[in-house]
Ligand binder design. Sequence first.
Ligand code: ZN
Length: 690
Amino acid sequence: MSRLTEAEAANELMRLARQIAKHDRLYHAEDTPEITDQEYDALVRRNAELEAAFPHLIRPDSPSQKVGHEVAASPLSKVTHEQRMMSLDNAFNREEVEEWTQRIRRFLSLAETDPVAITAEDKIDGLSCSLRYENGKLVRAATRGDGQVGEDVTPNARHIADIPQQLPDGVPEVFEVRGEVYMAKADFAALNAAQEKDGGKLFANPRNAAAGSLRQKDAGVTAKRPLKFWAYGWGAASEVPCDSQHAMMRRIESWGFPLSPFLTVTDDVDAMIAHYEEIGRQRPDLGYDIDGVVYKVDRLDYQQRLGFVAKAPRWALAHKFPAERAQTTLEAIDIQVGRTGKLTPVGRLSPVLVGGVTVTNVTLHNRDEIERLGVRPGDRIVVQRAGDVIPQVVENLTRGEDRPAFEFPDHCPECGSEAVAEEGEVDVRCTGGLICPAQRTQRLEHFVSRKALDIDGFGTKTIAQFFALGWLESPADIFRLHSRREDILALEGWQDKSVDNLLAAVDSKREPDAARLLFGLGIRHVGEVTSRDLLKHLHTLPDLRQIAEKARANQDQGGDEDAAAELTSIDGIGPSVVEALGDFFHEPHNVAVWEDLLGEVSPPRYEVETLDSPVAGKTVVFTGKLETMSRDEAKAQAERLGAKAAGSVSAKTDLLVAGPGAGSKLKKAQELGIETTDEAGWAEIVAKAG
Ligand code: ZN
């Protein structure tokens, strides 16, 4: 930054003001973002940094001067889904589809020859919606949002002809129909033609047009847009009157909902692939955009047993069509520094249309990827995008041209510290740690972000500004901002009301959700789902710290492995998480940040609602051979019943389920006087919990 002259800085600030204003408009007003949130944040951050270094160059039209526009406040109110709207795991080829069907057989302990019926239908590229019917009446329509919380679009949905307002008599008391709101290609073309004639804005593709049309504060606008709907499943229901996916979908169809015209039941991988290929052949001629084929296990009792992994059901799979590609020029390679210090190269492109969307940036992942592709600014490249994945470079068409290779920086562009890749690591990281402003401000941004503590009012620029002023050094400082009230008021753009709102938002998070708090700390490998998995079993942050420290101590001594084993016995927790937690607590600075923070906030004990069962809250160990189910299924059952499935027997074990051939674990359990049962006894417990 210090290498920048004043003229260069002024120039860049002008460019940034224009760019950010444009992306604000695309995102908020037009629902047609062209860049990812991370890329947008990087622009805002760059602007804040330049303004901090050259305060006399702050422009009147700078994004930092526009108070009130920085929070992407949706005009629609939020709805918490009673049952999470899941995402789907993806497959890209036949092998992956085969692996999925084999995994299902293994999980269900089925023989190679046992039939497993699978439904198949095309996956329309629209906007997922959940429609709640109570006593047959449409009472609420909500978008998927992040899967747990969506937006209320009830008045808008009432204008979509494919969505019945009233279901026939005899439907379950409560039933949520799930499906996709979309726009047909011809309707999209006509809408854009009309918009162009009226001087209105154009939509990038049918999906964005559908999203922009549905998510309107004024439902009258939605009414004028040609939206369609089809159903693909259901959510919360007081009763599911069928025993297979296909039968239930046909029942939903009989209630008046359109379904995919391709919905069918197949019974082996050959039939699934044949259906996929047939849909692929018809794809160009279909009246709507699709991006793949969705397979689901047909039997609902199997679906129930298979359950979920993280955010996706084990019983469903999206088989994607090949990605769309285009050629363009790589104009420049920029380096961004993330909150873990990772240097990520981003390719800036001559704008190009790929599958109906204008692409201006691609991720280049890391130094190795740049070497692998041999890309340098000026090269002609092939980019592709598949679904919502960030566009990628697949080929460098001019790598043979005689020009020097791109030199990956060996110093952090943000703080000038050395940037190195650790032995065996591909990622180059800034070693600046706490002196690197990029890492520190981004950690704070992550901490207050929607999926972490979700504190309103801390935009990128506010954090950068407070950080530059020395008011925000670590997360705990957020909770001490009260003492800065007068200082904040003295800053340009703040009034009594906006400061009060900010401090109230902070106060509302003094008893935060422990899993969000943990996720907000940004510990490596400890993401959103992992945080919840850990706390589901350990309940409090001090308990988590204690066991993580013990596991680390044991790792060094190579002795008793109980603590590490207890952590890794949690579904979803592997050795990398245990190691990352141990490393985190081994670093005195982190412990100081942790203790400081826990001095300011008091997260309540973390509990998740589970089925009422005699084993809720207990620790169960499975050993020996299980005959009607796999070990994974048994563990998943235990978790559904609110029990913890552990891998080894200890004094904390409450129940041992021992199949034939149980050896040392059974002996140890008997010595410790732990209750034991067999597989039939376990099945009874499961059946009782219903
Ligand atoms: Zn740095």
